[in-house]
Design a binder for this molecule. Structure first.
Ligand code: K2U
Ligand code: ZN
Length: 172
């Protein structure tokens, strides 16, 4: 089922998440809920802390071509093994920081290792939007948000807007 997405500022979004010891039925169900929540948002990535679960689990599907078959990826304990020297800049957003976008520079290509939903160890190289997204999601597992790459003034401005949004949502 769809899960509520935590909105920044929230202490749970700043925590370093715990590794997943093994892929249980419960965690597989969580991954399915996260994919459903992500597609509904809509988004192209989602990390477990964003739905309040402080475990090292992310889901992503960065297929952008309309009509192309979706390619949902579920990653337990993802880690970047290597990243390219050359970088790319992307106007990033975040489902936990709605309607706010800012340019973030990241390595353009990354090699990622993870455990998939069948418990199998996987390793794959990513470039383009997939590379940006998987790094954005792994940052979430380390309590890092894309606004942490911005200048302090810009970050404070966005945080204040989110505090206002949360006050308004609480009153609604
Ligand atoms: O982690 C999240 O909050 C979902 C992010 C993932 C993401 C952010 C920036 C760049 C790539 C991925 C987004 O909110 S998903 C929304 C979105 C959709 C298309 C392109 C960029 C962002
Ligand atoms: Zn995000």
């Amino acid at each position: 089922m769809k899960r509520p997405i935590l909105i920044h500022p929230d202490p749970r979004l700043k925590k370093v998440c715990a590794p997943v010891p093994d892929v249980t039925g419960e965690l597989s169900a969580l991954a399915r809920d996260m994919l459903e929540t992500m597609y509904d948002a809509p988004g192209i990535g989602l990390a477990a802390p964003q739905v309040g679960v402080l475990s090292r689990l992310i889901v992503l599907d960065c297929v952008k071509e309309d009509g192309a078959p979706p390619r949902p990826l579920v990653m337990f304990n993802p880690e970047v093994l290597s990243s390219s020297e050359h970088t790319s800049v992307y106007d990033e957003g975040c489902l936990s920081i709605p309607e706010q976008y800012a340019e973030v520079t990241r390595p353009a290509e990354v090699e990622v290792a993870w455990i998939d939903e069948t418990g199998k160890a996987r390793k794959e190289g990513f470039d383009g939007l997939w590379a940006t997204c998987v790094q954005h999601e792994i940052d979430h597992l380390n309590g890092k948000l894309f606004i942490d790459y911005l200048k302090p003034l810009k970050r404070q401005m966005i945080t204040r807007k989110m505090q206002k949004l949360k006050r308004e949502r609480a009153r609604a």
